[in-house]
Design a protein around this ligand. Structure first.
Ligand SMILES: Cc1cc2nc3c(=O)[nH]c(=O)nc-3n(C[C@H](O)[C@H](O)[C@H](O)COP(=O)(O)O)c2cc1C
Length: 123
């Protein structure tokens, strides 16, 4: 058996939408991005964050247990509310290798998901 016959480690991708609570300080997003880049690097998580007004879309991907744990932390973060899970999919390849957490326009995030054929989450 050679390397290409080995099963590829599976990754989990989660995408959600939320709304930042009003009155957050103006450095909030910089703080979130700085923290994310540091923590995500340590956890082998990549992804991107879209913000338009107070509306957030975020995609996180990486080892399943690490992504689940991060999503629980993010869900519990009091700086935003109305968290809605949009996508949750096991994948073999990352959409954003090398992006520990990068800010992009929200329209880009929808295109990334569509191009990668990530299916909407259904309960
Ligand atoms: C919209 C939003 C997105 C976030 N994304 C991440 C993220 O990708 N990675 C991360 O570590 N923390 C993220 N956070 C911050 C976490 O909720 C939490 O505050 C942080 O992980 C705590 O890190 P610390 O224990 O190192 O201070 C996000 C918070 C918000 C409000």
């Amino acid at each position: 058996m050679n390397d290409t016959d080995l099963p590829q480690p599976s990754l989990l991708l989660i995408a959600y939408a939320s709304t930042l609570k009003p009155g957050g300080d103006t450095t909030l997003l910089d703080q979130i991005l700085t923290t994310s880049q540091r923590n995500n690097d340590a956890q082998d998580i990549t992804g991107c964050l879209g913000i338009e007004g107070r509306n957030i879309i975020q995609i996180i991907e990486g080892p399943p247990a690490a992504v689940e744990a991060l999503f629980e932390v993010i869900r519990a973060d009091p700086r935003h509310e109305g968290i809605v899970l949009l996508h949750r999919q096991e994948r073999q390849k990352r959409l954003f290798p090398g992006w520990r957490m990068v800010r992009r326009p929200t329209t880009d995030l929808y295109l990334f998901l569509e191009n990668a054929k990530v299916q909407p989450f259904r309960t």
